[in-house]
Design a protein around this ligand. Structure first.
Ligand SMILES: [Zn+2]
Length: 478
C-alpha cells in the first residue's frame, strides 16, 4: 500500500508539474552572459599582452576563428549571434537598408532603427528566453531596445553611446543579482571598432585600445567575482566582425563608370546595394560589370550561394562588393577611413574573437573554427530554451561543452532559404496545459480516492483493482 501511495504521489507530482508556471525550469539551467566588443578581430589577442582574455581561455575555451555571416557588418552579425540565422533569413541585411514593399529606408543611426518591422523577420534569443519563462537583461546590444514581436527584454538600457562600459556592467550585474534575477544577459561595447576605422588595424596606436579592452574584460571578471557570480555564470566574449586596412590608393569611383543619375545606392562600402532607376537596369549593370577588377558586381539572383545573401527583398537588385582593402565611393570627396569591414566573410581579417568560460564549458580547450550561426543553438542549450528554426548546428560546437549531450543534438543546418517561424502564443499553450493538467488531476484523484475506498471493502473482487490501476498508471505516465 505504501509503495502504491508513493507511486501515486509521484504520478500526482508529474500532473501538478503540468500546471506549474513554465519558469520552473529555470532552476535546472545555467546563467549566460554574452559580451560583444565590436570589431574585435580574432588575432588582436596575439599582438599585445591580454591577461584577461588569456585567463578566460585557460579557464574555458577558445575558438581561434569564427566564420561570421555576410555582410560582415555590425547589425547583420549582431542579429545573427542572437538568432542563429544568416542575414537573408533574419532580415537585418545591412546597417542601411531600403524595403521596397514598405517604401521605407532604415539607418542604424536613425529613428527607423526603433521600428519593430525591421527586426521582426526573426525572434532574438532574449524574447524566446522570456517566452520560455526566463528573464533577460540587455545593455546596448543592437536591437535590444526595440519592441520585437511585442516584447522588450525584461530589463534593458536604451542605446546611448556615452554610457561608460563600467555602468553597463554594473547594470547587468544588478539584474543578475536582483530579487528576480535574469538568466540571460547581453552586453555591447563600441570598441575597438571605432578606433579600428579611424586608425586602421595596422596602426600601433590600436595596441593601446586592445589593451584597454582587456582591462575592461578584467573589470567585468572582477565584478562578477565580487557579486559571487563568477563560478555560476557562463561567460561568452566575442564580436561581430574583424577589420582590415584600407589604402587611399585602393579606391573604386563609381562616377568613372556610370552616371549617378541612373541609380540610387543603399548602404556603403565595401558592399553597396544599387537600385537602378526605372528602365536603367541593363545600362547600370553592364557599365559596372567589368569596370574594375577589384569590384565584384552581382545581380541579386547571382550572388554566390555561400554568402546566404540572396533570398530577401531588402537585398538590392544589384550588389557591389569590393575586394579586400578596396573602398567603393561615388567620387573621392567622401570622407576616407583607414580601416573597414563588411567584406567576404571567408577572409581571415573579417573573423571575430571567441572565448568562453563557465560551468557549461570545458577547460583549456581550443577549437580551430566555428560558424557564428552555431552560437545560437549552443546558447539555447545552456539556457534550456528550445531553439527556433535556425541555420546553426549544436552538433558542430558540442565539443566546447563540459558534459556530452544527453539528448539528440539539433539537426544539421536547415536548407536555405529559411523562413523563421513565428513562435506559438505562450498564453494559448498555457491555457491548454492548465485545462489538460486540471482534468488529469481531477480524474486521478477520483480514481485514487475510489481505490482507497474500495480497499476498505473486503467484499470487492480483486480483479477489478488489478485491471483498473495498471491501466490508469500507464495512461498517465508522462
Ligand atoms: Zn564598424
Amino acid at each position: 500500500m505504501l509503495k502504491r501511495l508513493l507511486r501515486s504521489w509521484s504520478t500526482l507530482g508529474c500532473l501538478l508539474a503540468l500546471t506549474l508556471p513554465p519558469n520552473s525550469r529555470q532552476e535546472e539551467h545555467g546563467k549566460l552572459l554574452l559580451v560583444s566588443f565590436d570589431g574585435f578581430r580574432w588575432d588582436y589577442i596575439n599582438r599585445v599582452p591580454t591577461p584577461n582574455f588569456d585567463a578566460v581561455m585557460k579557464e574555458g575555451v577558445q575558438v581561434e576563428r569564427v566564420v561570421n555571416t555576410f555582410i560582415t557588418k555590425t547589425l547583420p552579425n549582431h542579429y545573427t549571434l542572437v538568432t542563429g540565422l544568416h542575414a537573408e533569413s533574419h532580415g537585418v541585411v545591412a546597417n542601411e537598408m531600403f524595403d521596397m514593399h514598405l517604401n521605407r529606408s532604415f539607418s542604424m543611426e536613425g529613428q527607423s532603427a526603433y521600428e519593430p518591422r525591421w527586426w521582426e523577420e526573426a525572434v532574438p534569443l532574449w524574447v524566446t528566453n522570456q517566452r520560455a519563462g526566463g528573464r533577460s537583461g540587455a545593455a546596448m546590444w543592437p536591437g535590444s531596445d526595440v519592441e520585437i514581436r511585442g516584447v522588450y527584454p525584461t530589463h534593458y538600457v536604451p542605446y546611448n553611446a556615452s554610457v561608460p562600459f563600467q555602468s553597463r556592467v554594473e547594470k547587468l550585474l544588478s539584474w543578475f543579482s536582483g530579487p528576480e534575477p535574469i538568466d540571460f544577459g547581453v552586453l555591447y561595447w563600441e570598441e575597438p571598432d571605432e578606433s579600428g576605422h579611424n586608425l586602421g588595424p595596422e596602426s600601433p596606436l590600436l595596441d593601446v585600445v586592445i589593451a584597454d579592452i582587456d582591462d575592461k574584460l578584467g573589470f567585468l571578471r572582477e565584478e562578477l567575482k565580487r557579486a559571487g557570480l563568477y563560478d555560476d555564470i557562463n561567460l561568452i566574449v566575442t564580436s561581430d566582425h574583424g577589420m582590415t586596412q584600407l589604402s587611399s590608393e585602393k579606391i573604386i569611383e563609381l562616377d568613372s563608370y556610370v552616371s549617378r543619375d541612373l541609380y540610387t545606392w543603399v548602404d556603403k562600402s565595401p558592399v553597396v546595394g544599387i537600385i537602378p532607376k526605372e528602365g536603367s537596369f541593363d545600362e547600370v549593370y553592364t557599365s559596372l560589370l567589368n569596370a574594375n577588377p577589384n569590384l565584384y558586381v552581382y545581380k541579386r539572383e547571382d550572388i554566390p550561394d555561400h554568402y546566404h545573401y540572396r533570398h530577401n527583398d531588402r537585398i538590392m537588385p544589384i550588389l557591389l562588393e569590393a575586394r579586400e582593402g578596396w573602398t567603393i565611393v561615388q567620387n573621392k570627396t567622401r570622407k576616407f577611413m583607414l580601416g573597414n569591414h563588411g567584406y567576404n566573410n571567408t577572409l581571415a581579417s573579417m573573423h571575430p574573437v571567441f572565448v568562453a568560460r563557465g560551468p557549461a564549458f570545458r577547460s583549456g580547450y581550443v577549437k580551430s573554427t566555428m560558424h557564428s550561426v552555431d552560437l545560437y543553438p549552443l546558447m539555447c542549450h545552456i539556457l534550456g530554451v528550445p531553439p527556433l528554426p535556425n541555420n546553426g548546428s549544436l552538433a558542430s560546437v558540442q565539443d566546447l561543452l563540459e558534459e556530452a549531450l544527453t539528448e539528440t543534438p539539433s539537426p544539421p543546418p536547415t536548407p536555405r532559404p529559411l523562413v523563421p517561424s513565428r513562435p506559438k502564443d505562450p498564453s494559448h499553450a498555457w491555457v491548454v496545459g492548465l485545462l489538460l493538467g486540471t482534468t488529469l488531476v481531477v480524474f486521478f484523484l477520483f480514481i485514487f480516492v475510489k481505490q482507497v475506498t474500495l480497499k476498505q471493502l473486503p467484499t470487492l473482487p480483486l480483479s477489478n483493482r488489478e485491471i483498473s490501476q495498471p491501466l490508469l498508471y500507464e495512461e498517465l505516465r508522462l
